[in-house]
Design a protein around this ligand. Structure first.
Ligand code: SF4
Ligand code: SF4
Length: 125
């Protein structure tokens, strides 16, 4: 991943993925891990932190395009060690929807570096 020329520096980002990148679903193991991390029972965790349930029974800790409840004021994940599988697998530069990536790239690369990257990408097509 570090070799990916599109990779961005997450530490230089206002955590756009935790604010904008759609919902975050939690599985049973995610719920148990997060509950343990927070010193709660799974039931108490669900009562306090599940913000949305779908008709098909999926449970979410982050809805739509809202900022995740676990993002702290330093732009860090406050449950990082126990974060859901959905979050572990996510990087914005490797998604079918490039909206978050484009915002993040714009925010952290100087304009001349952005132009050079766009030119390289256009030449590859
Ligand atoms: S939006 Fe992209 S660059 Fe920013 S923290 Fe998330 S994965 Fe990293
Ligand atoms: S659980 Fe952590 S990594 Fe996942 S969206 Fe929330 S703040 Fe971001």
């Amino acid at each position: 991943m570090a070799d990916d020329p599109k990779a961005l520096d997450c530490l230089a980002c206002p955590a756009l993925c935790c604010r904008q990148a759609g919902y975050v679903e939690v599985t049973g193991p995610d719920i148990r891990r997060l509950a343990k991390f927070l010193g709660l029972t799974a039931r108490a965790f669900e009562a306090k932190h599940i913000v949305e349930k779908t008709r098909r029974g999926s449970k979410r800790i982050k809805a739509g395009y809202e900022t995740c409840q676990f993002l702290d004021n330093d732009r860090r994940c406050s449950v990082y060690a126990a974060r859901p599988k959905d979050c572990r697998g996510y990087v914005c530069w490797n998604q079918p929807d490039t909206t978050v990536f484009e915002f993040a790239k714009f925010l952290q690369k100087p304009v001349d570096a952005l132009r050079a990257q766009e030119k390289r990408e256009a030449e590859k097509k």
